[in-house]
Design a protein around this ligand. Structure first.
Ligand code: 6PG
Length: 247
């Protein structure tokens, strides 16, 4: 892609549109190889605002016929404790941008319940994942999509929160003091058992933290993105020029 620069596992693109396109291309290529190998593709979606462009792109004419959608299983990396109709809901964002526009069977969409009791919902989602992935010791997603917050958090693994140290549970109701609320999130070992992981990071608000996260000084309690070290090798980073200005 024109104007792209690569430094190790970090790819720097001109703008958010190119980041979305690179993400969509990776989604398609990973889906194709997983489906041809095993007959299905499992992906954990990122929330927040950055992935919306990529999700919308996947549902366009240009991309929609490139994936065998009935063989795709959609999971979520995290969710806010809100109704699925709430503007803050990660499920709602993904549904509007992609899920409602593609022939994915509804029983292939594994939503995290944001409404109701957070601790109970974390356990329900863990049951859903265990039903799907056991006897594997942890879910082995074909692809996990992640974002990065300006504070260095990813999924809902926020600095200094209990979920950062979780080694056994698959899903955690994480109390986030600065938000004054719980967030539901898969845990670091779950993410790190994925075959492929990509961070999509765009915009100036991420520029200060990104060099720290990618730097050699390890401080995962303050920079939770640093907890993401997949067994299968390094995660990919697709970032735009604005977010990469400090690199
Ligand atoms: C969430 C996400 C979170 C997100 C970052 C970046 O539910 O908010 O899963 O980890 O990826 O906060 O958010 P933006 O893409 O909106 O900058």
């Amino acid at each position: 892609m024109e104007g792209t620069r690569t430094a190790g596992n970090v790819k720097i693109f001109e703008n958010p549109q190119q980041v979305a396109r690179a993400g969509a291309d990776l989604f398609v290529s990973t889906a194709k190889s997983s489906i041809s190998d095993r007959g299905l593709f499992t992906v954990a979606l990122a929330g927040g605002s950055t992935p919306r462009l990529m999700y919308e792109l996947l549902s366009t004419e240009e991309y929609r016929d490139l994936v065998d959608w009935p063989r795709v299983h959609i999971f979520f990396g995290d969710e806010r404790c809100v109704e699925p109709t709430d503007p803050e809901s990660n499920y709602r964002m993904a549904d509007e941008a992609m899920l409602s526009r593609l022939p994915i069977p509804s029983y292939n969409v594994h939503r995290i319940l944001g409404e109701g009791d957070a601790v109970a919902n974390a356990s329900l989602y863990e049951d859903d994942l265990r039903t799907f992935f056991e006897p594997a010791p942890f879910p082995n997603f074909d692809l996990v999509l992640l974002g990065m917050g300006p504070d260095g958090h990813t999924a809902s693994l926020f600095p200094g929160t209990p979920a950062l140290n979780e080694k056994k549970m698959w899903v955690f109701a994480n109390w986030v003091e600065k938000l004054g609320s719980y967030r539901l999130t898969v845990t670091p070992p779950v993410i790190n058992h994925a075959a492929n992981i990509v961070f999509l990071v765009t915009g100036e608000s991420k520029a200060e933290r990104l060099p720290e996260v990618l730097g050699s000084v390890r401080d995962p309690q303050r920079l939770p993105c640093q907890l993401i070290q997949p067994l299968s090798g390094s995660p990919l980073w697709f970032v735009d020029k604005e977010a990469a200005q400090g690199l």
